[in-house]
Design a protein around this ligand. Sequence first.
Ligand SMILES: [Zn+2]
Length: 273
Amino acid sequence: MVNKIIKLYLPTINVTSSKTVSEAEQISKLRASQSPIAISVQRCPTWSSLDPLQFRGYWDNSANGTLLNTGQTAYFTFESSARPRLSGGPLIGEYIFEQMHFHWSVDDFTGCEHVLDGHGYAAECHLVHYNTKYQSLEAAVAHPDGLAVVGFLLEVVDAPNPSFDEFVEGLEKIKKRDQTCEVSSESLAWMDREDLSNGNYVTYKGSLTTPPYTECVTWIIYEKPVHIGSEQLGLLRQLEGPDSIPIERNVRPTQRHPPGHSVIYVKQVKAKL
Ligand SMILES: [Zn+2]
């Protein structure tokens, strides 16, 4: 075990695709921690030979999605017959998209759960997936390789980001708790395809950030924040929880890393065409 951890810090040079598989395996065997955590990106070992992450059926999905105000967050799902799939990167096998939700706070700097190099942001978005080798999200939670969550940090800027238009139109219709509305896959347009396949990210083994805090998650957090207009973000803050009071804060504080816990910084290398 000790040898394995030390190996992670060695530079990876001239790796073949068979080596890539074992790198994902090495990540799968890392010690888990509670999430979220504060990450010093510069201190992370850098790996650049993992397979690119593959997002299939997110934007190119003709199925309808549903946006719901759960009273705790804004919650997006696709029809169960048309769920997107995630693979590659640190993941072994394929993961099925279950839901997307958001965390935020009352100001522009404490709304994210993960903190990279000390920077706080206004919000954080999580795309939750479960491993296809399990029957459901509920079954997958019981396993260390059960879930893969992709996280995006949202940075507030003055001007609206037009790629959030469809999503925020939906938010306007779900201000009250338990309200739902139908949205198309266009509401995911703010997830820039180029950034997703070429952008660098950090990955580690962690937990759910809501009860029961199970350590079943391979986290993938993109380094580059996504810009969202100040007014657009304000619509998240207007969502009402119980008693018709706006949800002020739905962020879990950062947790301590256990000894020997590793976070890997992954540089995605642009695929040669
Ligand atoms: Zn979350």
